[in-house]
Design a protein around this ligand. Structure first.
Ligand SMILES: *Cc1c(COP(=O)(O)O)cnc(C)c1O
Length: 432
């Protein structure tokens, strides 16, 4: 659930009207709800209460330092995939000692930085990486805490671009090889084997793939934990959210109606997984990104033109694929609603941005209320993998981001200035 709703026909985030934010900050504009972030975190935390657990929010989903600070203040740990993300966490006041470092391509400087900062664990994706971490740790005279990422070869049944737990992907070490890898890793003097990790994919909407993977890996973790005194098992992230409500044509406010019953809630997730995990008596880490941030943010955009061709009604908006690439990248669905609720006929429309690519669209053949030039629309569920994937394609400035907390709002990222887009570019001497 989330804190975006109509009050007297106007779209609000918590206690703040979106229209008032648009007047102050313009469009395109990302708006985040702090209460939504916090309630997602707390629901998951409560569901996992029977376990010794640590939530490591996946920074790559939304790395704005205000979002990180809000989560750090609730006691969240963090899952980072680069030195940049770890530096952000530190800048936001997050403690490195509850950060895990993931990713298949950690460089030597990144490993050195994370070691000096005292991170909780490197989640290691290959044997050459184990050797590299061992070498860097030896040079720094430190013991590097590591966990191997096991690839359980379980199909998450999600989009191919966000499936990570099968042998077709680049992630982790094959289930059958993990025992031998731990044996070899235990010979490396500067490593401390601290845990085992897995992550099978993103936007999983049922508990079954998690259950299959956990059932498959638990005996292996139990055995390795006894042999090497492991302290944790990380079951990764991947909890899906509702992007598209079940009732796709029930009028202008159907998106607010009670959600489909078959969505994965923290309670369902925990009811299945906690009994499987508890007997391990290990600390359980979980790395949610989308579940925490996805429904906590929207992207607000202004209608520039409505263009009717013989076949189609195009709503051309001022946000584009450079602001939110998910539809182009993953064929993803984002709910689109007007800032002022209305009834009346729905018009089948394509909502498209101004970028010169056919892939630059937010919705195709979508029944939408009639909208006109100058009116604003909200693209829902844009809090995760939204602003973090933004680019300057077409020399378009990165959008502003605003965080709402009750009746308060604050800019947490200023709209980029156009001249800053090319400020690091230089003319070579022969062209001056
Ligand atoms: C991306 C990622 C996550 C977060 O995935 P979500 O689907 O956003 O929960 C967690 N762990 C790892 C290793 C990741 O790469």
């Amino acid at each position: 659930m989330h804190e975006f709703h109509y009050v007297a026909g106007k779209l609000f985030c918590e206690g703040v009207s979106i229209e008032s934010l648009v007047r102050k900050h313009g469009t395109p504009l990302y708006v985040y709800s702090q209460r939504t972030l916090a309630s997602h975190f707390s629901k998951l935390d409560a569901a996992l209460a029977p376990l010794d657990h640590l939530i490591c929010y996946s920074v790559k989903a939304n790395s704005n330092i205000a979002v990180l600070r809000a989560l750090a203040s609730l006691g969240s740990g963090f899952d980072v995939v680069s030195e940049g993300e770890l530096r952000r966490v530190v800048a936001a006041g997050g403690p490195p000692k509850i950060c895990a470092f993931a990713g298949v391509g950690k460089t030597e400087p990144e490993i050195e930085f994370a070691l000096r900062r005292g991170i909780y664990s490197f989640n290691v994706e290959s044997e050459p990486e184990l050797e590299r971490i061992n070498r860097v740790a030896g040079r720094l005279k430190k013991a590097a805490p590591v966990a191997v990422r096991v690839n359980p070869n379980v199909d998450a049944g999600t989009h191919a671009k966000i499936t990570t737990g099968t042998y077709e992907t680049k992630f982790g070490i094959a289930f059958e090889q993990v025992e031998d890898v731990y044996a070899r890793a235990s010979e490396l003097k500067n490593l401390r084997l601290r845990g085992l990790q897995m992550h099978i994919g993103s936007q999983l909407t049922g508990v079954k793939p998690f259950e299959l993977a956990v059932r498959k890996v638990v005996p292996l973790v139990g055995m390795l934990a006894a042999r090497y005194q492991l302290e944790f098992f990380s079951i990764g992230g991947g909890l899906g959210i509702v992007y598209q409500p079940a009732l796709a044509s029930g009028g202008a406010d159907w998106w607010q109606k009670p959600q489909a019953k078959n969505i994965l809630t923290p309670a369902k997730y925990a009811a299945t997984l906690v009994p499987l995990l508890r007997p391990l008596k290990l600390r359980i880490l979980i790395e949610p990104g989308r579940f925490i941030a996805g429904n906590a943010g929207i992207l607000v955009t202004r209608v520039e033109y409505v263009k009717r061709t013989g076949r189609k009604n195009f709503v051309i908006v001022d946000a584009a694929m450079n602001d939110l690439i998910r539809p182009a990248f993953y064929d993803s669905y984002h709910e689109i609603v007007p800032l002022t609720r209305r009834n009346g006929p729905l018009i089948t429309s394509d909502v498209v941005g101004p970028v010169c690519e056919s892939g630059d669209y937010f919705a195709k053949n979508r029944p939408l209320p009639k909208v006109g030039e100058g009116e604003c629309l909200a693209l829902m569920s844009a809090g995760a993998y939204g602003s973090v994937m933004a680019s300057n394609y077409n020399t378009r400035a990165l959008a502003s981001e605003v965080l709402v907390h009750g009746n308060k709002s604050a800019v947490v990222r200023q709209r980029q200035k156009l001249r800053d887009i090319w400020k690091d570019e230089k003319l070579p001497a022969w062209l001056k």
